[in-house]
Design a protein around this ligand. Structure first.
Ligand code: C2E
Ligand code: MG
Ligand code: MG
Length: 577
């Protein structure tokens, strides 16, 4: 957490939180303080520490008055908790007459003063309050000087190192993940050299503010020295994949221009990352290794991050970069649909086609959907992608329509996020009306896993699709763990027998038994079966003899771009209209 020292107002009123279980004592204190001057103090009374906590989480108090004899918690524990939760708020404890030792203990734990209950004569209480506030103000000033960086208001190196040591100790016992990031600005020296020290300081302050905006969880951010910042991340955010994404988020934020005085400044950043326990056992080792990773990141021409661990570094950089490129490319012309024919096994006639997306990356070449679809599914990117896959597929289908049987379907692979989309059906209708497509020519492929997630929503969506006239195919059937009784209750049309059962069906008895059972079961439930991945005549003939309705695979044809698919249609189809 980026702590900021509490500023106690120079002038009244002082807002006081009184934690006292005895209502009579509380009333007495309130009366006494009001007598001094009703506008000097405002008091909120809580009978227990549990009742006080939500209040001090919600609002700022300038002073805490704590009864050391609360039920259910020792006085010392109560002081410790308040010092932990509100380290910068002045605290006065109230003890009994014989509790001198307790009172001293409380002072050692960080209370500013103590008063003996009932001994409130001579304005003791208001004076103690004023005194405690002044004393804490001074203490806070010292804390500020010792722990905080004056330019940015962030914690400084020493305090960061203390926090890191605490976090490591905690991570060792709780097995929590921990990551340390070092961020250095690019072009900072140019800024100070050309625009002066003041602008440079303004820039550092603005960077600090932006970093704070990036952190949602209570993690530490420090300015170490010069243009170098450090971040400590714990918990789930410290998983390497999340750290990589977080680093990218910070770099993107730093890439945005800064407005300092009258200048618009563009600086970038470089980040070095070390994780505990993989990259170091103690804080100095972690920081040294994050620093050497930072050194590598700085050698790159662009804003980038590096992990100390090389292998991880390579994999995560690849993935995060690909994700970024995917977001930029989504919906653009780097994506094209390929189509794979699905034929009726008994007649050889085309009965459908599956739309399979391809990413033609300008530098990396063709990237498989098996790689980029899971990345796109992590963000809303998949929604844009599906939308453009569908509209391109419908347009192309329209072009194919003269060469295919009237009842042939075009299937689209959906992802789990599409099922959650509220306006999916609405958008579909819109699109269909534009391209003059018949709903009965549309099919959607969903995997078993997707069908099992959020059953209520899924059923609703499937019903809506069905009522509309589109068909539902269960993709990769046999690879999931779906319950057959559940599947039988879903509005489905076709099961796609997974390629893994088809690939050695002629040699592996086991697979043949599974394929036979699947086909029979599907038929008994009124469903049809498509066999995926038929690669040779043996598989084709065997599946046909088992009564499998239709199939797709390299033996029939690989997925093809639109033009190739069209010419395939004219050369290969049997019995078109
Ligand atoms: P899928 O839906 O199960 O698609 C079948 C995959 O098997 C395709 O891989 C296809 O090219 C491949 N295949 C077809 N016949 C054969 C064969 O005879 N032998 C072999 N070895 N493979 C064959 P592809 O195109 O790489 O797609 C992989 C997966 O990516 C698809 O599996 C699908 O789940 C997903 N995908 C593709 N396009 C989209 C899309 O537009 N949206 C979504 N959400 N997922 C998509
Ligand atoms: Mg599919
Ligand atoms: Mg499949």
């Amino acid at each position: 957490m980026t702590v900021s020292v509490l500023k106690v107002p120079n002038h009244s009123p002082l807002h006081i939180l009184l934690i006292e279980d005895n209502d009579g004592d509380a009333l007495l204190i309130r009366k006494m303080l009001e007598r001094v001057s009703p506008s000097t103090f405002t008091i909120l009374h809580a009978s227990t520490l549990e009742m006080a906590e939500p209040e001090y989480q919600k609002q700022t108090f300038h002073l805490l008055l704590l009864d050391m004899n609360l039920p259910g918690i020792s006085g010392m524990e109560a002081v410790e908790k308040l010092r932990r939760d509100l380290p910068y708020t002045p605290l006065i404890v109230m003890t009994g007459l014989d509790d001198e030792q307790k009172a001293l203990g409380a002072l050692q734990l960080g209370a500013q003063d103590y008063i003996v209950k009932g001994h409130y004569g001579n304005n003791v209480l208001p004076r103690a309050i004023r005194y405690a506030v002044e004393r804490k103000r001074y203490e806070n000033k010292v804390v500020e000087l010792v722990h905080f960086d004056r330019t940015t208001g962030l914690i400084n190196r020493d305090h960061f190192m203390e926090r890191l040591a605490d976090a490591i100790a905690q991570a060792k016992t709780s097995e929590l993940k921990l990551g340390v990031m070092l961020l250095a600005l690019r072009r900072f020296k140019e800024v100070t050299a050309t625009l002066g020290h003041e602008v440079g300081q303004g820039l550092l302050k603005a960077v600090g503010t932006r970093l704070k905006e990036c952190l949602q969880q209570p993690n530490a951010i420090a300015r170490l020295e010069g243009d170098e910042f450090a971040l400590q991340v714990t918990g789930p955010l410290a998983q390497p994949e999340n750290l990589a994404r977080f680093a990218m988020k910070i770099l993107n934020a730093i890439e945005e221009p800064f407005e300092v005085e009258k200048y618009i400044l563009r600086v970038g950043g470089s980040i070095g990352i070390a994780t505990f326990p993989e990259c170091g056992q103690d804080r100095s080792e972690l920081l040294t290794h994050a620093d050497s990773a930072l050194h590598r990141a700085r050698q790159n021409m662009n804003s980038t991050f590096q992990f100390y661990n090389n292998k991880l570094n390579h994999e995560l950089n690849e993935r995060v970069n690909l994700e970024k490129e995917l977001r930029q490319a989504a919906g653009g012309d780097q994506f094209v649909n390929h189509y794979q024919p699905i034929v009726d096994l008994s007649t050889g006639q085309l009965c459908g086609m599956e739309t399979l997306l391809r990413w033609q990356h300008p530098d990396r070449g063709m990237i498989s959907p098996a790689i980029f679809i899971p990345l796109a599914e992590k963000s809303d990117c998949i929604l844009y992608i599906t939308e453009s896959v569908i509209s391109e597929a419908f347009r192309d289908f329209h072009e194919f329509s003269g060469d295919i049987p009237e009842q042939a379907y075009i299937s689209i692979n959906l992802s789990a996020r599409n099922l959650q989309q509220r306006n999916f059906m609405y958008d579909l209708r819109e699109l269909v009306s534009k391209v003059r497509m018949k709903p009965s020519n549309i099919a959607f492929e969903l995997t078993e896993g997707m069908l099992m997630q959020d059953p209520d929503k899924t059923i609703k969506m499937l019903r809506a699709c069905r009522e509309y006239g589109a068909s539902i195919l269960v993709d990769d059937f046999g690879t999931g763990y779906s319950s057959l009784s559940y599947l039988s209750r879903l509005p489905l049309d076709i099961l796609k027998l997974d390629r893994s059962f088809v690939s050695n069906i002629t040699t592996n008895r086991h697979n043949m038994v599974i394929a036979t059972a699947t086909i029979n079961m599907a038929h008994a439930l009124g469903l049809k079966v498509v066999a995926e991945g038929i690669e040779n005549r043996g598989q084709y003939e065997l599946l046909k003899s088992l009564g499998c309705d239709s199939g797709q695979g390299y033996f029939i044809s690989k997925p093809m771009p639109k033009d190739e698919f069209r010419s395939w249609l004219t050369h290969h189809t049997v019995g078109t209209r």
